[in-house]
Design a binder for this molecule. Structure first.
Ligand code: FMN
Length: 334
């Protein structure tokens, strides 16, 4: 297996990428995943029309720092002209790739004809892609899709062919239909079918929660790259683990102490990058803190306490208490 793939002229290590996740994978999250081995990261989705009408939040959502590269900025929209205009604005931020969201299942997005609604209109999906490709010049444009709108209309291979013909430089496939939202099982056979249908790189996504799942995704689908979303919650280590598993390097799972140190590193980054005061920025850190503590004795109780954190000092104290609780269980398992 080759060590890298190329999307346009961007080389990406063939390990695992971080999926776009609105409300989760902000710059602090992307930087953490990058530091712990993510091969490629994608921004939270940004509205093409929103960018065209106002630049409020555009810089916050579209800025690409060198530490994050290679990175894509992801746009969603349902009108080819707005998409082209938005692409031109986003190019000022010098993303390595521009990705178009054709998989979002949320009614607010689908109701405007964007996200996974485009899976029902292949002609419009291709027009939007073509328009973006023309506006993007040398910057590659990729598209992220689902397996289809519903179980009876899994048209990902047909759509992917049309997107490739429209100039898409790669296709990411999440193996669920829009109807499934995020439940049920992601179907890797549809990712394989897309891989067989197109010659541009295919990125496989859905339910990869461990390095072993990632290897399975490569083997079962023949995809060119694997993308991980929820499996990275409180677990940026998944990227290093995957890299080690694929490349044969050493991997030592993090101790609880290391996990808590990394959680605090993540919180410091959130506070550093936020323009809000410490107390409000801590609101953004709460869910992450709870995720880092997941899966241990007493996690549920600590989860509730994470959701009350309002300062970094409190997070430090909570981490210490959490470690002490786990250690006392080792000494006295009753
Ligand atoms: C909280 C959340 C936010 C998401 N936001 C986006 C988004 O902005 N753009 C996108 O293309 N997909 C988005 N997704 C979908 C993920 O990128 C991914 O396709 C999906 O979670 C399946 O992968 P996983 O099983 O590894 O999580 C989001 C998913 C979650 C859970």
């Amino acid at each position: 297996m080759s060590d890298t793939i190329n999307i346009g002229n961007t080389a990406i290590l063939r390990t695992a990428a971080l999926a776009p996740m609105a409300g989760v994978a902000d710059r602090a999250y992307r930087l953490m995943c990058k530091r712990y081995g993510a091969a490629y990261v994608v921004s939270e989705m940004v509205s093409a029309k929103g960018i065209c009408y106002s630049d409020r939040k555009t810089a916050e959502l579209c800025t690409v720092t060198d530490e994050e590269r290679p990175m894509a900025v992801q746009l969603f929209g349902s009108e080819p002209d707005f998409m082209a205009e938005a692409v031109k604005i986003v190019l000022d931020y010098r993303p390595d790739i521009i990705d178009i969201n054709m998989g979002c299942p949320v009614p607010k997005v689908v109701g405007t004809g964007a996200g996974s609604a485009l899976m029902k209109d292949i002609k419009l999906a291709a027009d939007i892609t073509e328009s973006a490709v023309r506006a993007a010049g040398k910057t590659p444009v990729t598209v992220k899709i689902r397996s289809g709108w519903s179980h009876d209309s899994t048209n990902a291979p047909e759509l992917a062919r049309a997107l490739e013909a429209a100039g898409a430089a790669a296709i990411t496939v999440h193996g669920r239909t829009r109807d499934m939202f995020y439940s049920g099982e992601s179907d890797s056979s549809i990712i394989k079918a897309v891989k067989e249908a197109v010659s541009v790189p295919v990125i496989g996504n859905g339910d990869v929660c461990s390095a072993a799942d990632c290897v399975k995704m490569y083997e079962e689908t023949g995809c060119d790259l694997v993308m991980i979303g929820r499996g990275s919650y409180g677990n940026p280590f998944i990227f290093r683990e995957t890299e080690a598993k694929l490349r044969g390097g050493d991997y030592e799972p993090p101790s609880l102490e290391t996990k808590m140190q990394v959680m605090l590193e993540h919180i410091r980054l959130i506070l550093e990058l936020s323009e809000k005061c410490e107390e409000l920025a801590m609101h953004e850190a709460r869910k992450h803190a709870a995720w880092y503590m997941n899966g241990y004795y007493g996690s549920a109780k600590f989860r509730g306490r994470c959701y009350q954190l309002s300062s970094y000092a409190e997070a430090e104290a909570l981490a210490e208490e959490f470690i002490a609780l786990q250690r006392s269980r080792e000494i006295n398992p009753q």
